[in-house]
Ligand binder design. Structure first.
Ligand SMILES: Cc1cc2nc3c(=O)[nH]c(=O)nc-3n(C[C@H](O)[C@H](O)[C@H](O)COP(=O)(O)O)c2cc1C
Length: 336
């Protein structure tokens, strides 16, 4: 396939607790083309829940941006979509048919709909109709379990109901996040329907990204965990796609500057409530240190941090320790 560097190709995967407006903007600066909110409950929207409302926060610079919704009742979802379009006018609505979490599946939401094709069709139909001129996209897993892989069927249904683009995570619901994503099924889906298919699962370096683009018929790539730990992956992929480009890493000093800026912006988003903001970021800060020299010691310290000053201190000490060595370049591949 012929991919140009400028094509909207790279999607930041929606990730609950990770891809809020602060992180999305930072990922976009590093080359993510299309952003989606983390998943939002249709019921939360309809109950005008304040926490849910926060999930819809975004700024114009994030466009094109999609709001991802989950639910199981076609009518309620339709009402929620109308409310969301009214409130924030997203560029698209994304339907979550992939979430494996028990709390969601128990209410028939997320991946549960993959084993109920008639209901899947009804939900898609209701949402496409309620969204009017706003495009509706969807994200699926390849099936419920290894013996119920039905992505060819669910994707055909969704395309027929007017879904305009489909992201396929190459795992089953039962796999959760274990095992490997099945890119053969993703490729089969991409070849079998005539809407764009975005491949998702285990893209953790520019090299893997390029291989997937070369070997499959996907129109784009969606990246989750690797972007969480190393958001420069988007830039690395774009550089690798450019005619002259060998992917360059990010200097350690710049990585720490980014981490501290992330903390600063998160505190601002929490209206200055520093301690809860930093605590909410701890797991993220720890994942940023994957692949860094002395990573285990860094994680031990970051696990307890409550302030920006502490993070800045940890950064300064780490840079000082590492200054003895040659300039360190961090890449997505190094953080695997
Ligand atoms: C912490 C976390 C939260 C996630 N939340 C969502 C979500 O809200 N909506 C969704 O469709 N997928 C969610 N996912 C799944 C990711 O979007 C993605 O499909 C999955 O991580 C596989 O891609 P990867 O191998 O690039 O990480 C989440 C994944 C993680 C790790």
């Amino acid at each position: 396939m012929n991919h140009t560097v400028d094509a909207p190709l790279l999607y930041l995967a929606p990730m609950a607790g990770v891809t809020n407006t602060v992180f999305r903007r930072m990922a976009k600066n590093l080359g993510a083309d299309i952003l989606t909110t983390e998943f939002v409950s249709a019921e939360g929207i309809l109950h005008r829940n304040e926490r849910t409302r926060r999930f819809l926060d975004f700024v114009p610079a994030e466009r094109p941006l999609g709001v991802q919704l989950f639910g199981a009742d076609p009518e309620r979802l339709g009402e929620a979509v109308k409310a969301v379009c009214d409130w924030v006018a997203p560029d698209f609505i994304d339907l979550n048919f992939g979430c494996p979490v028990n709390k969601v599946v128990a209410k028939n939401g997320g991946s549960s709909l993959l084993r109920d094709c008639p209901l899947l069709a009804k939900v898609a139909r209701a949402v496409v109709s309620a969204a009017g001129s706003t495009p509706v996209t969807a994200k699926i897993r390849i099936g419920w379990s290894a013996c119920q892989i039905n992505a060819l069927e669910t994707s055909r249904i969704l395309a027929a109901e007017g879904i305009s683009r489909l992201a396929v995570h190459g795992r089953t619901k039962e796999q959760g996040y274990s095992g490997l994503a099945d890119w053969q099924v993703i490729d089969e889906v991409a070849r079998s329907i005539d809407i764009p298919v975005i491949g998702n699962g285990d893209i953790d370096s520019a090299e893997v990204a390029l291989r997937r683009l070369k070997e499959t018929a996907v129109s784009g790539l969606m990246i989750g965990r690797a972007a969480m730990a190393h958001p420069w992956i988007f830039r690395e992929i774009k550089t690798a796609l450019a005619p002259t480009g060998a992917p360059a890493g990010v200097p350690l000093r710049d990585k720490w500057a980014f981490i501290c800026e992330h903390v600063r912006r998160e505190i601002a988003w929490w209206n200055g409530a520093e301690e809860p903001a930093v605590k909410s970021l701890r797991a993220r800060l720890m994942s940023y240190t994957r692949g860094l020299p002395g990573g285990a010691r860094l994680r031990e310290r970051l696990q307890k941090t409550v302030s920006l000053a502490e993070v800045e201190d940890i950064a300064a000490q780490h840079l000082e320790t590492c200054a003895a060595g040659e300039e360190i370049l961090c890449t997505a591949a190094a953080g695997r």
